[in-house]
Design a protein around this ligand. Structure first.
Ligand code: ADP
Ligand code: MG
Length: 263
């Protein structure tokens, strides 16, 4: 445990399939290899992160982030950490299952409903250098909870799915959260994922992002290429960094993690 304060990062984009989960897993893995103590929180009811880390049958998990959210909503104490934190190698995980999708409705009448995840994270973050939250593809109450609970956000975007409008909508929501709920929130940067160098589109997209946001938002200089090995690693319940240490995606995620650690 370093003596630096812990940092809570949300990996966010309301678009699905842009590499949020891959980024959460690989950033977390790379940071833990650098000797950092890392907790990952799966905060997407689709539970891809939990599945990627080897929990095929998420329904059988006895304690997930859903249960913690439900307890926090009732202002009840959380169980012992050992009950809800899964250890996978050097990484810690609070897993998720589909039940989390029920929480948005359950929160409707709850006081300070934006702050439920924050109350959980605040209780455990001092044990970690980094807490990384894998967000769901929406701008609903789950994502607002993640934005309220974090110190900063990282926004993965792919060349295919980058609509300036989508990014603008996300940034507007972050600004709103900053004004009303979480003054300290910062955008660490935009991470370009799944790019192919040959793609003309990629270059166009990159220059669009740089023109539109480069002046006031960091664009990480590490950019994550596409490799089929990412899917293979998933099927083996491994980070690509562990599965294929020489892969170009591995190299870039490790570089990216160093950028994040140096912020
Ligand atoms: N760099 C990459 N190269 C190839 N496939 C990738 C890469 N990153 C992610 N993928 C794959 O793309 C899909 C979407 O990625 P994922 O991280 O689940 O996105 P999100 O969490 O934003 O929905 C997954 O099948 C994942 O395995
Ligand atoms: Mg995901």
């Amino acid at each position: 445990m370093s003596n630096k304060e812990s940092k809570v990062i949300s990996i966010v984009n309301q678009k699905g399939g842009v590499g949020k989960t891959a980024t959460t897993l690989n950033l977390g893995y790379a940071l833990s290899e650098m000797g950092k103590k890392v907790l990952l929180i799966d905060f997407d009811p689709q539970s891809s992160l939990t599945v990627c880390l080897g929990y095929d049958n998420t329904d059988s998990l006895s304690t997930t982030i859903y249960n913690l959210m439900a307890l926090a909503t009732e202002e009840e104490d959380l169980p012992e950490k050992e009950k809800y934190i899964q250890k996978i190698g050097k990484l810690d995980l609070i897993p998720c299952n589909l039940e989390l999708s029920a929480i948005e409705i359950a929160l409707v009448n709850v006081m300070s409903r934006e702050l439920i995840l924050k109350s959980i994270v605040d209780e455990i973050k001092s044990n970690y250098d980094y807490v990384i939250i894998d967000c769901s593809p929406s701008l609903g109450m789950l994502t607002i909870n993640a934005l309220a609970a974090c110190d900063s956000v990282i926004i993965p975007v792919t060349p295919q799915y980058l609509s300036a409008k989508g990014l603008e909508l996300l940034l507007r929501n972050i600004i709103r959260v900053k004004k009303r709920i979480n003054q300290k929130i910062e955008v660490d940067g935009i991470l370009l994922t799944m790019y192919t160098e040959r793609m003309k589109l990629t270059k166009e997209v990159l220059s669009i992002i740089q023109d539109a946001y480069g002046n006031y938002i960091n664009i990480f200089s590490s950019m994550i290429p596409t490799s089929v090995k990412v899917g293979e690693a998933n099927m083996k319940s491994k980070s690509i960094i562990e599965y294929d240490p020489k892969n170009k995606v591995t190299t870039k995620y490790v570089e990216f993690a160093k950028e994040v650690a140096s912020l």
